[in-house]
Design a protein around this ligand. Structure first.
Ligand SMILES: Cc1cc2nc3c(=O)[nH]c(=O)nc-3n(C[C@H](O)[C@H](O)[C@H](O)COP(=O)(O)OP(=O)(O)OC[C@H]3O[C@@H](n4cnc5c(N)ncnc54)[C@H](O)[C@@H]3O)c2cc1C
Length: 404
């Protein structure tokens, strides 16, 4: 955005070590981690309430316990796992060996606030209703962001800017990182929070099939005994005014819960492109959805946002202590996230391409060897992919063929 014309000499200015744009899981964990290391961190959120509106089905594996102490206040349901239905109804029940608690369904309205509060407790400052609208550059160097804080334009100077601004991220683009997405990689989602329904108590349910969700899937995640997140995500290149995610959702709801009631409705997008080519530049890092750190098979991004945020906060702290904000210094973040979860994102991309290339007959054939109960060691994309390959070795051959 060209902000030159908007800058007045009187525009208030302030300076911090780090400004984090966006108070979702990625931003709050980045801010918390950097503040814990003694940095002066400002976390800004454009919405007036952190965690609202919820744009998420809220399912997450127990890996989340590595980043935050679980509190029943923001957990709506504890699940054994998922049940996936192939287009012809083939049922795959996925759970974890030796436990009935493999997954949580969060209450993100509260969860996101708790993460922000943890950032505050670690020493970060959090401001809502503060919308970043441009990057401050001096002699081509990133120096902070322009923001509108409840009606007032301000300049927020910082040694490092973090783009944690979600799927619609502009921070990267303004800072010179190409974050553009192909239409086919942007999943268009519609979701209802429903009550007076009877979802499975123990499992999240996923439904595949061109009639249900072309190039995507529908989901039911229980939020309690009689309520659930019910949603549909379809690939951006099949969505048009006659094929909206909402139309598929309405058809799905008529079929599954004709007597249920809708108490909230949301729309959102999920970037299933695989990671941004480069997630750092001098004085700038991207985390979470802004870096496209979302698993391309499941569409899950909460854990990746938190993992990336923790790594980012640690690297930023080192850079600030060393007063080295160069791209080369910040590349440690890129190398570390690639090591920790990059491979699974790239493998997920290939698996997604493979699955999307199948016609419905072959897609059903893909599900058949998986039918029944599958117990994995941990509820992770890695374990799931391994099991899929074990039961369906053709996948491995096809994946290898796609890679070389
Ligand atoms: C329908 C749907 C269902 C999903 N279901 C799941 C699921 O079940 N499990 C899962 O793991 N993932 C799911 N996801 C993905 C998950 O929600 C995201 O991956 C996750 O929220 C990413 O966290 P984040 O912090 O990167 O971004 P976000 O949570 O999107 O946070 C970004 C924040 O930045 C703020 N912001 C944006 N621009 C600015 C600006 N200019 N200035 C200030 N603030 C700004 C936004 O208001 C927002 O609060 C789902 C997504 C959708 C759309």
């Amino acid at each position: 955005m060209d902000v030159k014309g908007l800058i007045s000499k009187e525009m208030r200015a302030e300076k911090h070590d780090v400004v984090v744009v966006g108070a979702g899981p990625a931003g709050s964990i980045t801010a918390r981690t950097a503040a814990e290391k003694g940095l002066d961190v400002l976390l800004i959120e454009r919405n007036q309430e952190i965690g609202v509106p919820v744009k998420c089905a809220e399912g997450v594996s127990r890996d989340i316990e590595k980043f935050v102490d679980i509190d029943a206040k923001w957990v709506s349901a504890v699940l054994k796992g998922t049940i996936t239905y192939g287009p012809d109804g083939t049922k795959v029940i996925l759970s974890v060996d030796g436990t009935d608690a493999a997954m949580y369904v969060l209450e993100r309205r509260l969860f996101d606030k708790v993460l922000a509060q943890e950032a505050i407790n670690a020493g970060a400052e959090v401001r809502v209703k503060t919308d970043a609208y441009g990057i401050i550059k001096e002699r081509d160097k990133i120096k902070g962001v322009y923001a509108n804080a409840a009606g007032e334009d301000i300049r927020i100077f910082a040694d490092i800017v973090v783009g944690a601004d979600g799927v619609e991220s502009m921070i990267g683009r303004w800072g010179g990182i190409d974050t553009r997405l192909h239409l086919a990689d942007v999943y268009s989602c519609a979701q209802y929070l429903m009550c007076n329904v009877e979802p499975s108590r123990d499992y999240g349910e996923l439904f595949f099939g061109d009639d249900i969700a072309p190039r995507g899937y529908a989901w039911i995640f229980p939020k309690g005994v009689d309520s659930a997140n019910v949603g549909v995500g379809i690939a951006g290149d099949v969505a048009d005014e006659n094929h909206r995610a909402l139309d598929y959702l309405n058809a799905f709801v008529r079929d599954k819960f004709p007597d249920g009631d809708i108490i909230a409705q949301i729309y959102g997008a999920v970037p299933l492109s695989g990671p941004v080519y480069e997630t750092v530049s001098t004085g700038l890092l991207l985390v979470g959805d802004a870096a496209r750190h979302v698993n391309p098979i499941t569409g899950g991004g909460i854990l990746e946002a938190m993992k990336g945020g923790k790594i980012a906060g640690e690297v930023i702290a080192k850079a600030v202590h060393e007063k080295d904000f160069s791209k080369r210094r910040l590349m440690e973040y890129e190398k570390s996230w690639k090591k920790e979860f990059g491979r699974i994102l790239y493998a997920g991309m290939k698996a997604k391409q493979l699955l999307l290339s199948l016609n419905s007959h072959d897609f059903n054939k893909f599900f058949h060897p998986l039918a029944g109960d599958i117990r994995i060691k941990e509820f992770s994309e890695r374990a799931l992919l391994k099991e899929m390959i074990k039961r369906n070795p053709r996948i491995l051959f096809s994946l290898v063929r796609m890679m070389f």
